[in-house]
Design a protein around this ligand. Structure first.
Ligand code: HGY
Ligand code: MN
Ligand code: MN
Length: 420
């Protein structure tokens, strides 16, 4: 097979313009760039993405799980597909690049293929996955889980701290739970998934690499802990007569830090904590804590979970505080496909880009899809390793380099791998 020069994306300014436009569809009452799933801004954003897909020449639809899908038909009727994409929902007060880069770059890949008259043999499916970031019901990657049958009826019954049911909240934004649960793809027909994403950490910048090739994606164990003590007067109740739920929660926060710090790849975070009542002169009656452990090592994650279970019960028992520990939907570490990594590596070389291999400490739809479909991820550097904050930044030239690697990886996958 003749090896031609790598293709270069045709309209990098369009890719940049798409990112700029997406950054205007936000909840402007919150500092940073906020387009959280289950909000109006997210609905508007995803419809805008669908319109851009149609302009790029894709057949578009929104599936039962809220995923925005565009298909560029291949030349071999009935051939299996290659999939790419990412997400456009953000965390609260997040940045402009997390997820958005992978969706905007996928659109530019399609425009470039068409502008150069290149027809793939396989269908190319571009997806803006619904609700990638963890929501207040403790569920992340909702769209990719639905697409691959990794979400259940029980998940629809999860409630937030106000008692609102997840299934009801989905319906409010037009995603019908029954349709979500049956939005499953025939994953045997999708032979490759490739996602471009910002690194969200400092490794590439430290290494001076243009491109990151992901070897595996971290596993995650998320939890919610409810502590139930007793409200008492803050001045008259001796310290040894208290059932202080706040202190049990505080001890558990420090246990998370202690457990995770004991391992170089261990991560432990308390993301949310509440005390009730909300008063300076009442001993805390109840407290709720949400957090997570992460590691690429499944055995470490299990061990961290066991240590945390022991720690929260000991923090409660020593204060006569009742403890309820709930494990939320978690994710096992995901391994990327070595053949695909090698193809992206070759393409990065041909494009004259420097590269490193690394594991991802961030979660991605790719981790969900990798459980069913051979998958690869391409990273581009994040300034100062910052992400999930308004300062998140990736230089335009790095995004364009990443889009070029994505483009040529897809072309090579289409040509080299025998999918059928
Ligand atoms: O939470 C994560 O790691 C990802 O950014 N959703
Ligand atoms: Mn994120
Ligand atoms: Mn992301």
């Amino acid at each position: 097979m003749p090896v031609s020069d790598p293709l270069i994306i045709s309209e990098p300014q369009q890719l940049t313009a798409d990112l700029v436009h997406l950054s205007t569809i936000i909840d402007s009452t919150i500092p940073g760039w906020t387009r959280q799933a289950l909000t109006e801004a997210d609905v508007v954003g995803r419809h805008w993405v669908r319109a851009r897909m149609a302009e790029a020449g894709l057949e578009t639809r929104i599936d039962g799980a809220g995923n925005v899908i565009g298909v560029l038909r291949g030349t071999a009727p009935g051939a299996s597909s290659i999939m790419t994409g990412s997400h456009t929902d953000t965390v609260e007060g997040g940045g402009r690049y997390d997820g958005n880069v992978g969706v905007a770059a996928a659109l530019e890949v399609v425009r470039t293929l068409r502008a150069n008259g290149i027809e793939l043999r396989h269908d190319l499916i571009v997806v803006d996955f619904f609700s990638e970031e963890p929501n207040r019901f403790g569920i992340s990657c909702v769209g990719s889980r639905a697409m691959t049958g990794q979400i259940s009826t029980e998940d629809m019954d999860r409630v937030d701290s106000e008692g609102v049911r997840f299934g009801d909240e989905l319906s409010r934004v037009g995603v019908v739970p029954e349709a979500l649960l049956s939005a499953r793809f025939d994953t045997n027909r999708v032979k490759a998934f490739v996602e471009l994403h910002i690194e969200q950490g400092p490794h590439l910048e430290e290494q001076g690499s243009d491109i990151g090739l992901v070897t595996s994606i971290t596993g995650i164990k998320r939890f919610r802990v409810a502590f139930q003590g007793q409200p008492d007067h803050a001045g008259t109740t001796p310290m040894n007569r208290r059932r202080d739920a706040g202190c049990a929660a505080a001890g558990s926060v420090l246990a998370i830090e202690r457990i995770a710090s004991a391992n170089v790849d261990g991560r432990g975070t308390t993301g949310l904590i509440t005390f009730s009542p909300d008063a300076v002169n009442i001993v805390t009656e109840s407290s709720e804590l949400w957090g997570e452990f992460r590691s690429p090592d499944l055995d470490w994650l299990h061990a961290a979970g066991n240590k945390f279970h022991a720690a929260v019960h000991s923090e409660g028992a020593s204060r006569s505080v009742d403890v309820e520990l709930e494990w939320l939907p978690s994710e096992q570490p995901a391994v990327m496909d070595n053949r695909f990594i090698d193809i992206s590596s070759r393409e990065a070389d041909r494009l004259g880009l420097t590269q490193s291999r690394l594991y991802s400490g961030a979660e991605h739809d790719a981790a969900i899809l990798a459980k069913k479909i051979p998958t690869a991820m391409i990273f581009v550097p994040s300034k100062d390793g910052r992400s999930h904050c308004p300062d998140e930044f990736t230089a335009e030239k790095d995004i364009h380099s990443g889009a070029n690697v994505l483009l040529n990886t897809i072309i090579t996958l289409d040509r080299e791998l025998d999918f059928d």
